[in-house]
Design a protein around this ligand. Structure first.
Ligand code: BGC
Length: 851
């Protein structure tokens, strides 16, 4: 018998504030021994308390599908609560019990649902966070309470002094003029009969604080708040109140709060009394109600940024100047610190953050450019001690220098609070080579630290922008490590909204300065990311949403380049950004990407049943491919050879079989010419090991992966990297630090090798034909000195596990395939693939060492 489990709505468990009229329902399957597959399902959706499925009864549907079943019942209203359950039939016709019910709740679907008004703090000191409060009386008999809130800026809301959520940096970053996400909080347990207080602190955030290298006020000059509290009583009556003319505003302990610069708190001015009932706010100013039309609001679809981990400092030592304590957090993390301290009132404590120390042991901050990453705390003088943890900023750092309290603060007074978008980690990888385990940890840490509401390039300097190229090369690795579908769903909307006359941009959301048309490999993210979402999660909705802009993007290039070589209109053209020792021809890279995007657009059309368009873009791809070969390929291979040019030609399917061999040989030569090293930048690195491995040179792929000399992943790890560096040569023994104008030690891009470690070294990958992991390809590719690898991935279809080891002359493989899924298993040295169904399987084959 099989049983449905882990019910999810729009990827999330029991979400509040769903907005789509047809939420997609998914589940996993558990099984007793024997049962393997689902043959049918039945879904029931009901209003709470209803004894029948009053909203939707799917009836029995003969189908193995367990993901993305669209709700097709009665039209849903704002705030509607929907309880749902599912039962399934196995392949023998045995029906399961009904699942434990799951729930979703609709958001505010109509603009008229909003009675609260946007408010601002008139007379606020610029750049200083504002406090907003509104007292209200509730009667008894409360049944439920919801807070719908957002801000232009970033906000933290409280009801009766209690923070409504641990989420941070909300509402996150969107192009606020076009779309602002609101959040929904269940505050039922926080509201009580009698006097209550709804309170919020609002800081500049991305809206009016410093953004990238653009400066301040990108979206507006003054932050604003929107908050609507709805209290439903047992008798069905509803009390609605929120921001509006009844709200009052003031300043409190926060003197500043800026994402890039840092935060300043004067604890002498801070109090919590204002958030509670009984506080006299008559001296506060009346909040000013916005009269201009409000921007469009949409419910938050992604998991918010939140503290995901706490890290204890591993060392504390006096600063080189002798007057401060430096804490070493052990790893380069993203977030802020919580500092416990004691001192006299008025003592000023400053915290400077840096990723690295210079040769003298001082904080190296040149690479932050204009970002200050400095927090200041002025003590209230509490004899019991006091604690500071900033709320409206985040930093990329391993070291924090605390000045103002001497040079010997105890180690345990400083804790690192790691911030990241709150998606769960759903994949793991480990093997016998410790350096590769460190690499995997660095990839995940770098991803965590740079997935802060949007995929940013880096978390420390004055940039932290949604660079599209970085996102597209890393997206496949990201999906291996974590459940990032909601994260990318939200970001793809940002991508659409950033589009200009030529389609996708380089950066999304797009602050004014990045107005240029998208560059090769950067704009193409608008094609590649939704395609990856479709492949990994079976998400056709993301593809549908993006498809018009995908066409727009390629059409624009085709129009500017009728011969289908991307010579014109390449925007800022970064080429194979940050390659070392060798530069790929920018035109070749661009033309390869144009062909690739045509290919994917054609495939997307196929998925969306646009047969004519599928053919149209397929023909264009074929023509682009022919043009590419005619222009850039000679009898010896690529006319302007570089590792990246060879790799892209191979991986984007631009060559005929015979040519593939020549170009592969050329790639091997290019690696030899670099004395066995890679030279690839951002665009080549993702595909390098795949090209070698699929071309039959697994030996070289392994060699590059475990290399320790410069340039290599191992080199940075041997020199202290705990995240992925922006550049291969971020620091070298010969030259020290690279140009501080662009030298981040936490950029995830070059970590795009993670997809190969999962897909081939471990051997757990998507089947090329089946989206959503209903079928996996299990094809371990051991090599070098590696004697075992093990890993797992939780997918829409359930959890896969793979573990292999070499024991003398025997290669052993254990796999776990989820219920209702299959895997095609191919053992090393053994040409015949076997297809296995759900359950645990063990394989053995003779092992012949490869060298
Ligand atoms: C960013 C990159 C980005 C690039 C564009 C840099 O400043 O940090 O990661 O993709 O610009 O070339």
């Amino acid at each position: 018998m099989i049983r449905p489990d882990r019910l999810r709505t729009e990827y999330l468990s029991d979400p509040l504030g769903v907005e789509t009229p047809a939420p997609r329902l998914s589940w996993w399957l558990e099984a007793d021994a024997g049962a393997k597959a689902q043959s049918a399902y039945e879904i029931e959706v009901s209003s709470p308390g209803s004894s029948s499925p009053d909203l939707w009864a799917s009836g029995r549907v003969e189908s193995p599908r367990q993901a993305h079943i669209e709700y097709a019942g009665r039209p849903l209203q704002s705030r509607q609560v929907c309880d749902w359950r599912v039962r399934v039939w196995d392949e023998g016709g045995q029906v399961s019990d009904w699942s434990t019910p799951a729930r979703w709740e609709m958001g505010l679907l109509e603009p008229s649902d909003w009675q609260a008004r946007w408010v601002r703090h008139v007379g606020a000191t610029p750049a200083r966070p504002s406090l907003f409060r509104r007292a209200f009386t509730a009667r008894s008999g409360l049944a439920r309470a919801r807070l719908y809130a957002t801000a232009h800026g970033i906000y933290v809301a409280h009801v009766n002094g209690i923070r409504v959520s641990d989420a941070a940096l909300r509402p996150g970053w969107t192009d606020y003029a076009t779309r602002t996400q609101y959040q929904v909080y269940d505050v039922t347990s926080l509201v009580s009969a009698g006097e209550n207080v709804l309170a919020a602190v609002v800081a500049d955030g991305w809206f009016s604080g410093h953004v990238a290298m653009v400066g301040r006020h990108i979206y507006g000059k003054r932050p604003a708040l929107l908050a609507q509290l709805e209290i439903t009583f047992e008798d069905g009556t509803i009390q609605v109140l929120g921001s509006g003319s009844g709200m009052r505003a003031s300043h409190g302990g926060w003197l500043s709060g800026d994402l890039l610069m840092g935060e300043t708190v004067d604890a002498r001015l801070a109090s919590v009394a204002w958030m509670r009932a009984g506080f006299d706010d008559r001296t506060w100013s009346k909040a000013r109600v916005r009269t201009k039309p409000a921007p469009a609001l949409t419910a938050e679809v992604n998991e918010p940024v939140r503290p995901i981990e706490e890290v204890a400092a591993v060392a504390a030592f006096p600063s080189t100047t002798g007057d401060a304590t430096v804490f070493d957090m052990g790893v380069n993390l993203v977030g802020r610190v919580r500092l416990r301290m004691q001192g006299s009132a008025g003592t000023e404590v400053t915290l400077r953050h840096a990723e690295i120390l210079d040769a003298e042991g001082a904080l190296y901050t040149e690479n932050l450019r204009t970002a200050k990453q400095t927090d200041t705390y002025i003590l209230a003088g509490d004899r019991q001690g006091e604690t500071f943890e900033p709320s409206f900023t985040f930093h990329g750092f391993r070291y924090v220098e605390v000045k103002g309290l001497g040079s010997s603060l105890p180690l345990e007074t400083c804790t690192g609070v790691v911030l990241s978008s709150g998606f769960p980690i759903t994949g793991g990888f480990e093997c016998s080579e410790p350096m590769l385990n460190a690499l995997q940890a660095n990839i995940v840490r770098g991803m965590r630290g740079n997935f802060v509401d949007i995929p940013t390039d880096c978390p420390q300097r004055d940039e932290r922008a949604g660079w599209m190229g970085d996102a597209q090369i890393f997206v496949r690795t990201a999906t291996g490590n974590a459940a990032v579908a909601p994260f990318f769903t939200k970001w793809l909307r940002d991508v659409v909204e950033a589009c200009g006359p030529a389609g996708f941009r380089d950066v999304s959301p797009m602050p004014v300065m990045f107005k240029t048309p998208g560059a090769p490999g950067w704009g193409d993210a608008g094609v590649i990311v939704p395609w990856t979402m479709y492949r990994v999660y079976g998400d056709t909705r993301a593809l549908e949403m993006m498809y018009p802009e995908m066409k727009h993007w390629v059409d624009d290039k085709v129009q500017a380049n009728p011969d289908l070589l991307w010579r014109e209109a390449r925007g800022n053209d970064y080429g194979d950004w940050l390659a070392v020792r060798e530069e790929a021809s920018k035109e070749v890279v661009a033309s390869a990407y144009l062909a690739h995007s045509l290919d994917l657009t054609s495939q997307a059309a196929g998925v969306l049943h646009e047969a004519d368009e599928r053919k149209h873009y397929r023909d264009l791809f074929e023509r682009a491919r022919a043009a590419f070969r005619a222009a850039y390929l000679g009898p010896e291979g690529m006319r302007e050879p570089s590792q990246t040019a060879c790799v892209l030609a191979l991986q984007f399917d631009l060559l005929e079989p015979r040519e593939r061999e020549v170009v592969l040989a050329q790639l091997v030569e290019r690696i030899d010419a670099a004395s066995g090293h890679l030279t690839t930048g951002f665009l080549g690195v993702e595909h390098l090991l795949w090209a070698l491995d699929l071309g039959g040179r697994l030996d070289i792929a392994h060699d590059l992966l475990v290399k320790r000399t410069f340039p290599s992943w191992g080199y940075s790890i041997d020199h202290g990297a705990t995240t992925i560096w922006e550049r291969w040569d971020g620091w070298t023994q010969e030259s020290g630090f690279q140009d501080p104008a662009m030298n981040s030690f936490n950029h995830y891009s070059l970590g795009a090798v993670g997809a190969w470690m999962y897909g081939r070294l471990l051997g757990l990958d998507l089947d090329p034909e089946v989206p959503g992991f209903g079928k996996a390809s299990i094809c371990p590719r051991p090599g070098g000195e590696i004697t075992w690898a093990s890993g797992w991935q939780e997918t829409m279809a359930g959890r896969y596990e793979v573990a292999w080891r070499i024991r003398g002359q025997v290669f052993e493989l254990d796999v776990q395939v989820p219920v209702n899924a299959v895997a095609e298993v191919q053992l090393p040295h053994n040409g015949v693939p076997t297809t296995v169904g759900s359950g645990r399987h063990h394989f053995e084959t003779a092992w012949v060492a490869q060298r």
